[in-house]
Write a protein of this length. Sequence first.
Length: 185
Amino acid sequence: MLGGPSDVVAEGAGGSSTPPRDADRTAVYEAEDLVHRLMDRSLDRPSLQVAGSTLTLPGERKFASLESVQRYVDAVLALPRVRAEYSEPSAAGVTVRRRRGNTQAHYEFGTATLALPTGLGTAGWAMRELVVLHELAHHLAGDAVARHGTLFRRTLLDLIDAALGPEVRLLLYVTYVDVGIDPVL
Ligand SMILES: [Zn+2]
C-alpha cells in the first residue's frame, strides 16, 4: 500500500462549518494512486502500453529529507514555463514542513505551507515527486470550492508535464478519464 491520500487544509477550516464541495476528490485520489503504482512498477518495467501508445516512463524523484523537497519545490516554481503560466500566490513561495502522522500530506492555503509525513518505512510514502506536485498544484490553482476540480487537475497536469515530462502527463490524463472524470483541457 502506498499510504493515504493527499489532502488540503484551508486556514480556519473545520469546526461545524459546511465542508466545501469537492465532488471529484475521491476519483482524483483513485486515479493518482493508480499512477503511483504504475510509476513504482516502472522501476522494473519502464515501458507501458497506454491508449495504444508505448510510453517509456521516466524515473520519479524520491526524497530523503524535507530539505531536498524544499529545493525541489523552489526549483519547480522557478521553472520559466511555470512562472509564465501561473502567478505566484505567495510572495515568499512555499514552505515545506514535516507533518505528524503518516496518513496524509496536505497544503495549507493560509500559510502557503506544504506538510509531508516523513517517517521511516511505509510512513515515507509521501516523499515522492508526484505527491509533492499534487500539493504544489493546490498552491497554484488556489483555494477553489472544488479543491480537486478542473482547475486543479489542469494545473497538476501542467506541473507534471513541466517537471516529469509528457509521458507521465499522458498517463495521468488517461487515468483521469478511466476513473470517470474529465481532465478538462
Ligand atoms: Zn489534494
